[in-house]
Ligand binder design. Structure first.
Ligand code: SF4
Length: 446
């Protein structure tokens, strides 16, 4: 393909054709319009669902607008997270510094909204002008007697994945602050689910049916006080490991809490996520409850999926998502409804993730790391995909190419996790792939 930049060739592999040594987990190539977002955006997407915290962006208004209400993360209580506050830095502060403006803004907002904690994000401009955000956070923290946590995330300082790490470091400052110290039996923290369209509530219900106590959810529908006592959980479950594995490792080191990587997408991975917990606690009653739950859910789900599978059999899917673990689950979920994955990629996968994708896919599948719109469009066309599964930045690619699209990212309004999510996923894929509108579109040629 003539649209692949020379220095990106080792980030695109075809199963059965290329020697499989993916070059990944590195900065995006200059000149390649990466689908990745900036460091600040990475930190923001992780912290945003902490619903009783104040989130203030110290930077120009554009950074705040870019990430305003960035996820469909639902709250069962406070809605403070949905407001996007910014110091709106302009020319004056770039020249004379923005510290005074920041101090005034944070102080006023804390008085007005009474948050449980405040996260203060530094964006590109602050990284350049050098405001001492940490000192101001400490001062206000003392004055107002709440945690005011600096999130040093200038967009230029790395990749979106670096933003995840910055966010984990910010959360780690809250973990362990509660005076409680005793480990709670049969208890977990759910890390890396962001409660999109209420998915977290489905998962909580499954675990509670099994007799598992959920100490904190980090960060979906998250509460500052729960995070402060999250060190009392017996196990951390980590979904979206790209964003949360750093926190899980930190909690293992500081509090000796083991962690397990899980995924809640598709029947197979959802069931494994339940059994893993029951087995971890070696609790026969919990194992029994898990197997009853899984059996009941699957018995109801398989007949409901059958008509979709019949219609979708042999259709081809392209997957391009942020986290590699989700991409892996999607390959399995698509197979369950009779579909072939012809392209799969992620923004933040590592070598092990890509090896697992290779194992799961058929020969000829294109596997990509940190792709760009030109590559995606070209491969979608070459592989004659019927649907692209991705996020907000992939949607226009699919529609311009004249094929179906399924939003599996931040903004979606439909729960796609858990057993209920699997049927929602099948319905959405079916509605998009089989839509009669495609007969009126002409695939755009590149
Ligand atoms: S932090 Fe920098 S790259 Fe990110 S949105 Fe703001 S200006 Fe853009």
């Amino acid at each position: 393909m003539d649209t692949i930049l020379k220095d990106r060739q080792k980030q695109i592999l075809i199963k059965g054709k290329d020697q499989f040594q993916m070059e990944c987990a590195k900065a995006s190539l200059a000149g390649s319009v990466s689908q990745r977002a900036c460091v600040f955006c990475g930190s923001r997407v992780v912290l945003y669902p902490i619903v009783d915290a104040l989130h203030l962006i110290h930077g120009p208004v554009g950074c705040a607008a870019f990430t305003w209400d960035i996820r469909g993360s639902l709250s069962s209580g406070p809605q403070l997270h949905r407001l996007s506050f910014t110091t709106d830095l302009s020319e004056n502060e770039v020249i004379f510094g923005g510290e005074k403006k920041l101090y005034k803004a944070v102080s006023e907002l804390i008085d007005k909204h009474r948050p449980k904690a405040a996260f203060i994000y530094s964006t590109c401009i602050v990284g350049l002008i050098g405001d001492d955000v940490e000192a101001i956070c400490k001062k206000i923290s003392r004055e107002k007697n709440i945690e005011v946590i600096p999130v040093q995330a200038p967009g230029f300082a790395g990749t979106k994945k670096d933003g995840y790490k910055v966010a984990c470091d910010a959360i780690a400052q809250l973990v362990g602050m509660s005076k409680e110290s005793k480990t709670r039996p049969n208890s977990i923290n759910i890390l890396g689910d962001f409660n999109l369209a209420g998915e977290l509530w489905l998962l909580k219900d499954y675990y509670e049916q099994m007799g598992v106590e959920i100490v904190s959810t980090i960060t979906g529908d998250g509460r500052v006080d729960d995070i402060k006592r999250s060190h009392t959980a017996a196990l951390n479950l980590v979904q979206c490991s790209g964003s949360m594995i750093h926190l899980a490792k930190d909690m293992k080191e500081k509090y000796n809490i083991p962690f397990k990587r899980v995924s809640y997408f598709g029947i197979e991975d959802m069931s494994t996520a339940l059994y893993e917990v029951a087995r971890f606690f070696s609790n026969s009653e919990m194992i029994r409850k898990a197997s009853v739950l899984v059996k009941n859910e699957i018995n109801a789900l398989l007949p409901a999926l059958a008509p979709y599978k019949q219609k979708l059999a042999g259709k081809r899917a392209a997957i391009y998502v942020g986290g590699a673990f989700k991409a892996i689950s999607l390959i399995k979920a698509l197979r369950l409804i009779g579909m072939d994955t012809v392209i799969v990629g992620s923004q933040t996968g590592n070598k092990d993730d890509y090896l697992l994708m290779k194992e799961l896919c058929d020969a000829g599948t294109v596997i990509l790391d940190d792709s760009n719109p030109m590559e995606l469009s070209k491969f979608v066309q070459e592989k004659q995909a019927d649907i692209l599964i991705g996020g907000v930045k992939e949607r226009p690619i699919a529609y311009k190419m004249g094929l179906g699209f399924c939003d599996h990212n931040h903004e979606r309004k439909e729960a796609l996790a858990g057993y209920q999510g699997m049927i929602n996923f099948a319905k959405e894929v079916y509605a998009s792939v089989m839509s009669p509108v495609w007969q009126f579109t002409k695939p755009k040629s590149l």
